[in-house]
Write a protein that binds this ligand. Structure first.
Ligand code: NAI
Length: 249
């Protein structure tokens, strides 16, 4: 067995920027071989090089998570290439915001397809390799929108809330196999997803955040890396809000 396959192997979707990139870097710093995935490989190659320059190991696999056949194929390919899959981080996600009064069927369906059904597809594909390894960590990236709702995000909040039910069911099914499943629910994090929001929305989010500032992707990545670690073996079926105290429930 080569050095690369002795390391635990982690797959992170949406790793080209924001929370996914920060998570991939944190996992690599913890000694995981990280497979970086996103639609385009442009940014991924640069992130891979930086991880390697820092002494870590990474690989790049493009995939559009909205193509569910390709997504299942990605998980199977990673597990096949490295003969193991230890950590799955379902991070890639989209928004198609609109007030419900104006929200189209397409806007609703697109978000459910990309943010919920894709997570089911990837989790299901990861289970056999994780069961073979008798160890696994699944972390699904939710949102505080899924906990408390958000005007203009009925589609997104529904998908993110449903990740809680999916993940708790998965956690129960897999608890005896050494596999944990948890949700990390970020609050307002400074990434591409939030930078174009109107100043008024940002102001409201800042005021609603107890610590009085927005979060950084690294602060979410650190929580994911903890849940993906050896020491998190007794934590499963949880939704961990990483939100500076925006929600306290
Ligand atoms: P971002 O927009 O900065 O990055 C999203 C990543 O997902 C990118 O790498 C993008 O290439 C990838 N992606 C998007 N659609 C994809 C597709 N169809 N196939 C493959 N990759 C795709 O977003 P950010 O903020 O880093 O969000 C990451 C996750 O965190 C998402 O699930 C999002 O819903 C969640 N989140 C973000 C919050 C925030 O304040 N930024 C708050 C709560 C949750």
């Amino acid at each position: 067995m080569s050095d690369s396959t002795q390391r635990r192997v982690a797959l992170v979707t949406g790793a080209s920027r924001g929370i996914g990139e920060a998570t991939a870097r944190a996992l690599a710093a913890d000694g995981r071989l990280v497979v970086l995935s996103a639609r385009s490989t442009d940014r991924l190659e640069a992130i891979k090089s930086q991880i390697e320059a820092d002494g870590g190991q990474a690989a790049v696999q493009p995939c559009d998570i909205a193509d569910h056949e390709a997504l299942a194929g990605l998980v199977e390919q990673v597990a096949g290439d490295y003969k193991r899959l230890d950590v799955l981080v379902n991070n890639a996600g989209i928004t198609r915001d609109n007030l419900m009064l104006r929200m189209s069927d397409e806007e609703f369906d697109e978000v459910i397809h990309a943010n919920l059904r894709s997570v089911f597809i990837a989790c299901r594909a990861a289970l056999r390799p994780m069961m073979r390894g008798k160890w696994g960590r699944i972390i699904n990236i939710g949102s505080v929108s899924g906990l408390v709702g958000n005007a203009g995000q009925a589609n997104y909040a529904a998908a993110k809330a449903a990740l809680g039910g999916l993940t708790r069911s998965l956690a129960r099914e897999m608890a005896s196999k050494g596999i944990t499943a948890n949700v990390v629910a970020p609050g307002f994090i400074e990434t591409g997803m939030t930078e174009s929001l109107p100043e008024q929305v940002k102001q409201g989010a800042r005021q609603a955040t107890a610590v009085g500032r927005f979060g950084q992707p690294e602060e979410v990545g650190a929580a994911v890396a903890f849940l993906a670690g050896e020491q998190a073996s007794y934590i499963t079926g949880q939704v961990l809000a990483v939100d500076g105290g925006m929600t306290m429930c």
